[in-house]
Design a protein around this ligand. Structure first.
Ligand SMILES: NC(=O)c1ccc[n+]([C@@H]2O[C@H](COP(=O)([O-])OP(=O)(O)OC[C@H]3O[C@@H](n4cnc5c(N)ncnc54)[C@H](OP(=O)(O)O)[C@@H]3O)[C@@H](O)[C@H]2O)c1
Length: 272
């Protein structure tokens, strides 16, 4: 399938995960983001919703983009999808096998390293994890690899050591860094798709700015629609984890209007 233009995020939904994922599919989302990290995600709930939607004839497997993640032990709680005493490569293999079971599929579209093992630079564990992810990619069980929560220097380093480069970067996107401008520029140069999350929640102050509201009011759209449309026009693949069916429809309905170059400039620099 083609890469989707919007991802439905499934974090923090607990026992509502299956119901909300189903609602998102019904609303029209064709890209789903999850993680094999029970602390924040219920991956098996995502898998149940997708399997049921396919069984019900809502869509075929090849019409939905599925992305999940490998999360190191220090990002997990006691419910780990692997043996924490095993080496990192084994942990990746076990976590991935468990993801396929949870998702009830034979392969996925994107497998993401949830975050580097250290704040600056990459560690030995990251090289090991990436090699294990590459071998999963070579086996045909994921179409793409990705990395999340990554700084520019870490992404540059990954590009140097990777045999299979990332197709995706998934980062929290702050208006005050001009919406992660440096990482986005690097991604653009290297053909990597930038996935932005927390576009609404990380930018509450900026989205109250009167210059932003003028755009919202002139276009007669909601703030969320203007932010997501902005993301799309500057080349991002936005995520939304909304639990509200009206918001789901609102978020998907951003193809029917356009921001001018001037509007984009105002939003790009809204934090100064
Ligand atoms: N890689 C990582 O480390 C990482 C970290 C965090 C998140 N993520 C991914 O990103 C996804 C999205 O997370 P997020 O941090 O961006 O927050 P989010 O879960 O999408 O939260 C958005 C908040 O804004 C509200 N909202 C109001 N109007 C909305 C609208 N029209 N559309 C959407 N939301 C609206 C939502 O409330 P309503 O529910 O009432 O709409 C919700 O409280 C997660 O589910 C996860 O998949 C990844």
């Amino acid at each position: 399938m083609m890469n989707p233009t919007f991802l439905y995020g499934t974090a923090w939904k607990e026992e509502e995960t299956e119901r909300l994922t189903r609602l998102a599919i019904e609303a029209g989302f064709r890209g789903i983001d999850t993680a094999n990290q029970r602390r924040h995600y219920f991956e098996a709930g995502v898998g149940a919703a997708v399997a049921k939607a396919i069984a019900d004839g809502l869509l075929r497997r090849d019409e939905i983009f599925l992305q999940t993640k490998f999360t190191y032990a220090d990002g997990q709680d006691h419910r780990m999808p692997y043996d924490p005493n095993a080496d990192v490569a084994t942990q990746v293999q076990q976590s991935f096998a468990s993801s396929l079971e949870h998702l009830q599929v034979a392969s996925i579209d994107s497998y993401v390293l949830h975050g580097p093992s250290q704040r600056r630079g990459l560690g030995a564990a990251d090289g090991e994890a990436w090699r294990a992810m590459e071998s999963i990619h070579r086996s045909g069980r994921t179409r793409h690899l990705g990395i999340s929560n990554v700084a520019l220097d870490q992404l540059e380093e990954l590009m140097r050591i990777a045999a299979v480069p990332p197709s995706f970067v998934q980062n929290r996107c702050f208006a005050r860094t001009r919406w992660d401008r440096n990482v986005r520029a690097f991604c653009r140069e290297h053909g990597i798709v930038y996935q932005g999350f927390s576009l609404l929640t990380a930018n509450a102050r900026e989205l109250n700015h009167q210059d932003f509201w003028q755009i919202v009011e002139r276009l007669d759209r909601t703030p969320a629609q203007v932010v997501f449309r902005f993301a799309l026009q500057v080349g991002m693949l936005p995520l939304t984890g909304t639990t509200d069916p009206d918001h789901m429809r609102e978020d998907l309905d951003i193809g029917s209007f356009e921001l001018s170059g001037e509007d984009l400039g105002v939003i790009e620099t809204i934090a100064g």
